[in-house]
Design a protein around this ligand. Structure first.
Ligand SMILES: [Zn+2]
Length: 197
């Protein structure tokens, strides 16, 4: 199994997350999208739907590990397998608020779009600083992303790699809404529902 990010949440945080999660499911099933419409509201292009959100990885093969609990560990994202070197695209327009370089996420990036944060892990390349400015650099992929940079939806922001804690090439994709982790599969379903209608 391609496992990557595991967090142990205290009990209180778990309850709040569950409430947020169930609220989102209810909102989705009722077709009433206030819970997740935040991202749409942030679009600089004025869209108010998921129609223009981007699937985050090219050459997608399969979902290899779902969001949620595995025993006492919490997997705070969705694992999406793709061949090493496949391009990753920004799910939504936003600002790069962090370039990650650690032993768990590996090389990664965090983009903020209104109330949402989208996290991308295990990418090719590395973090580098020049003149106080932090960058994600993937020379073979032609990628150079600066912290603080504004990106349109579907920008190629990196490539699928094997950095951090992973046993195979995949994108670990995490989503936070108002600071709480959200199941990315819910958002993908909402996107499909609109984009296929
Ligand atoms: Zn993962």
């Amino acid at each position: 199994m391609l496992q990557s990010l595991h967090f142990r949440f205290p009990r209180q945080r778990t309850r709040r997350l569950l409430v947020a999660f169930l609220g989102l499911v209810a909102a989705l099933s009722a077709g009433y999208r206030t819970g997740i419409v935040g991202a749409a509201e942030t679009s600089s292009l004025g869209y108010t739907s998921w129609r223009d959100a981007s699937f985050p990885v090219e050459d997608f093969i399969d979902y290899t590990s779902p969001f949620g609990y595995r025993g006492s560990d919490f997997h705070a994202g969705l694992d999406m397998a793709a061949p090493e070197g496949s391009y990753i695209r920004s799910w939504w327009a936003g600002k790069v608020v962090a370039v990650i370089d650690d032993d768990r996420c590996g090389t990664g990036i965090v983009i903020e779009s209104g109330n949402w944060e989208h996290v991308y892990c295990h990418m090719e390349g590395y973090a580098e600083s020049h003149g106080g400015q932090r960058y994600l650099i993937d020379r073979y992929g032609g990628i150079q992303i600066a912290e603080g940079q504004d990106l349109p939806t579907a920008t190629r922001i990196g490539r699928v790699g094997m950095t951090g804690r992973t046993t195979g090439p995949h994108l670990h994709w995490g989503l936070k809404y108002n600071g709480e982790w959200v199941d990315p599969a819910l958002v993908l379903r909402a996107m499909y529902a609109e984009q296929s209608s």
